[in-house]
Design a protein around this ligand. Structure first.
Ligand SMILES: CC(C)(COP(=O)(O)OP(=O)(O)OC[C@H]1O[C@@H](n2cnc3c(N)ncnc32)[C@H](O)[C@@H]1OP(=O)(O)O)[C@@H](O)C(=O)NCCC(=O)NCCS
Length: 87
């Protein structure tokens, strides 16, 4: 599991604003779930996190269905290859 730091609130320590879970099945890495606190949504946090995730895990992990409408919109908006998330 990875935890995303908040962007909108600051403290002397990191504050978690979201998280994502991964698994590996038959050698394929899957993003199983992702969640961002409502207060931090719509501010680009997922986009910044996505860049870090692809840097860390490579650009080939797939996204486990079912997807929420918000996640479908996010993936379309970011031109994530459909073969990674449309099944
Ligand atoms: C889906 C989710 C991770 C997106 O995170 P986010 O930080 O709000 O996304 P961003 O701010 O980086 O959005 C980037 C782009 O994705 C698209 N997008 C993101 N959320 C959207 C929504 N609810 N409706 C329509 N488009 C959306 C937009 O094009 C957005 O760009 P814009 O703000 O300039 O229009 C977040 O809304 C969330 O945690 N939702 C609840 C849980 C969930 O649905 N998880 C996925 C389950 S499959």
């Amino acid at each position: 599991m990875v935890v995303f730091d908040a962007q909108r609130v600051e403290a002397t320590f990191p504050i978690a604003a979201g998280a994502a879970g991964f698994s590996i099945l038959d050698g394929q890495r899957w993003l199983d779930w992702v969640w961002i606190h409502p207060f931090e949504r719509g501010k680009g946090l997922a986009e910044r996190a996505w860049r870090d995730l692809e840097q860390t895990y490579g650009p080939d992990f797939k996204i486990q269905p079912p997807l929420s409408p918000a996640m479908e919109a996010f993936l379309s908006h970011n031109d994530i290859a459909p073969e990674r998330w449309r099944f």
